[in-house]
Ligand binder design. Structure first.
Ligand SMILES: [Zn+2]
Length: 392
């Protein structure tokens, strides 16, 4: 067992993303990701998440600080994203490259990458299945396929992408999708994405199914479906009891965006991943973009198999395009998170609204998971739910 306080893969991804995948060393700005000569689908990474204060004491350890906790030493606050050359340089000379100087370089790089993002220089964002979020450019959109130039990974890495392609056949139907925040739309994948190198770009070609039909907002069901306190959906006659008409649209959207994935024992694939994304991306400029991708998933990708929705129907079944999702507060307060959504709604047109959605705290999420684990066998006895292998 190593005694070094190493960074997790998630920390490395986030420190790289925050630096805009460029070396943070003053005056360097070298891009740290690019196509690899190693194989057609490979992306090379010459970036390193370097320790500002060394991961462990000992000979050659630089800027080791014994007053730091292990969590602090392996936390994102102690990481700086550098090219391989500069990662070596700062570990040769701790007199010149003090912790304070490295922190200043890191802050300057993050500020610059945030400005690039704001000014629109940042590329648009895609999700390919549940584990990969990347920046890139749409190269071609046809009725049968979406092709993009992949630039950088925000979540996941090239191994995750290659794994998604090779394991595609065994993925749950709900996990086979591509989402684009530039299009405000997504598609179910009709086959595994194909990866190829072309003109120095990593190209991802995704075979896509036709868009899932949406319904007019006026034709949303007629039953009141919201529990006033828990925001849980009522289930009636084996499907969501939809509220009626356009007037109830805000309530319905609020309910859908308030249910975290995994919370509902009747449909574990249903729900948003807002809590998870807040944990991973809070305080970064990626957070609203990633929440937007998750809203697109609710609008464009069906959730079937459970009894919550009819098969092959999307949760936000009247939303045809997600134009924007804006956070109106940096973090939830008293379980409330204010959001501004900008949508195209079938039968209505453009629809903008400020909504307060429900966000659980960490304790509530953990308590919910415990309760869910206890409920599973009970529900199985009534024959409404087939248990997954780990519960029996
Ligand atoms: Zn560098």
């Amino acid at each position: 067992m190593s005694n070094r306080d190493e960074f997790s893969q998630s920390t490395k991804n986030r420190v790289a993303a925050r630096a805009g995948w460029q070396c943070s060393f003053e005056g360097c700005t070298r891009g740290t990701h690019g196509p690899s000569a190693e194989s057609p689908e490979a992306v090379s990474n010459i970036g390193v998440a370097a320790h500002i204060c060394a991961a462990a004491p000992g000979p050659g350890a630089r800027r080791y600080d014994k007053t730091m906790s292990r969590e602090e030493r392996s936390g994102i606050g102690n990481a700086i994203w550098l090219c391989a050359n500069h990662a070596k340089l700062i570990d040769r000379d701790e007199v010149t490259y003090t912790a304070a100087r490295l922190r200043a370089m890191k802050a300057a790089r993050e500020k610059a990458s945030e400005e690039e993002q704001r000014s629109g220089k940042g590329a648009s964002l895609f999700a390919i299945g549940p584990d990969i979020v990347c920046t890139g450019e749409l190269a071609q959109v046809t009725s049968g396929s979406w092709t993009l130039h992949l630039k950088h990974f925000v979540a996941g890495d090239r191994h995750a992408l290659v794994g998604f392609v090779s394991g595609f056949a065994s993925r749950a139907a709900e996990d086979r999708y591509i989402l684009s925040n530039e299009l405000g739309d997504g598609r179910v994948l009709s086959g595994a994405p194909a990866l190829a190198m072309q003109g120095g770009n990593c190209m991802v070609t995704c075979p896509v199914a036709p868009p899932v039909p949406r319904i007019d907002a006026q034709k949303l069901g007629s039953d009141f479906a919201l529990h006033p306190e828990t925001n849980d959906l009522y289930v009636e006659n084996g499907s969501i009891a939809w509220v009626s008409g356009v007037d109830y649209l805000p309530q319905k959207i609020r309910a859908l965006l308030s249910m975290q994935r995994g919370e509902n024992v009747f449909a574990e694939m249903a729900g948003v991943r807002f809590y998870e994304y807040f944990e991973a991306f809070k305080g970064t400029f990626w957070l609203p973009q990633i929440l937007m991708l998750d809203v697109i998933r609710q609008a464009a990708i069906p959730v079937g198999g459970g009894i919550l929705t009819a098969p092959w129907m999307t949760p936000l079944q009247c939303v045809t395009r997600v134009r924007g999702v804006e956070l109106l507060s940096g973090s939830p307060e008293n379980n409330r998170l204010p959001l501004r959504v900008d949508l195209d709604v079938q039968g209505v047109g453009r629809w903008q609204r400020d909504l307060e959605i429900y966000m659980p705290t960490r304790d509530q999420m953990e308590e919910g998971a415990r309760r869910l684990a206890e409920t599973r066998p009970t529900i199985a006895e009534f024959g409404h739910y087939s248990t997954s292998s780990e519960t029996r």
